[in-house]
Design a protein around this ligand. Sequence first.
Ligand SMILES: [Zn+2]
Length: 323
Amino acid sequence: MYIEILGSAAGGGFPQWNCNCRNCQAVRAGIFSGKPRTQTQVAVSNDRRSCFLLNASPDLRMQIESSSLLHPREGLRDSPIAGVLLTSGDIDQIAGLLSLRELQPFRIYCTPSIRRILQEDNSVFAMLNRMPGQVLWTEIQPSNNFSLLNAEGSGSGICASVFSLESRYPAYISQQRAVQLRDEDALLGVMLQASSRKLAYLPAVPAIDDVLLQRLEASDVVLFDGTFWTDDELIKVQGSGATAREMGHVPVSGPEGALRKLASLRHPRKVFIHINNTNPMLDESGSEYLEVRSTGWEIAEEGDRYLLSFPAEVNPMLRTKLT
Ligand SMILES: [Zn+2]
């Protein structure tokens, strides 16, 4: 399985259009020790012919252009993108679907509740179904396994399993609407498997428990929520607001943070993704960056690629980032 990082920032990107925090200021001044980032987007493929998007970021159009993997190949209208797997209804995870409205057939894999939000509550997404067969909606159930299908409907070789992480819906979903939706559909974690190799994709993790740790230990690469360094990060920067946990993100640092909680994992390559522009670990000259790197973690950035293949012993690519 081939994995490509097309974007690695949290919602708003880095820098964020209206943000004047230390990081965003330094990027604009050209003095930041680190890289600007587009909003989180990952693409995967088993054969580099059929490709699948993990969510659809608001920056998707330019992210597709940035990767030859995703360019049209034959004929006037074509795309290797066979499907999009949605982990939540967050605007940062769905807005890019509107960039895929040019009558190109593909599948959307999402829970029944996310499908209802998109199809019943937001008529703008009707642009994805202007003609029969344009977008095939495939409902997925938390705890089920399913195959990601090529455009013609055959298996791509990638098997997905999803599991529920939280019952809260995004802020644009009203209380009245939320009670009509299933708790277990709100936010998913994703495991993708091809040839016995596994990718765990979790850009938003509200809590870490033993079951999750077992899942992660069984993975080869873990792309994990790196949104905030501390629980009170936004409050410190803005003077008010919600904590990381209130926003559904375990912070990176601290006694209950991801660094400490996932320290026991031995097998997977651990990579932070979905990093907010305020997060000090983006600054590669800072102590937070050094702490993350010294504990074996990586911080995702655009253009990072991973190849998971079998058998691992004869493929040195397995634990080597392609650059
Ligand atoms: Zn900022």
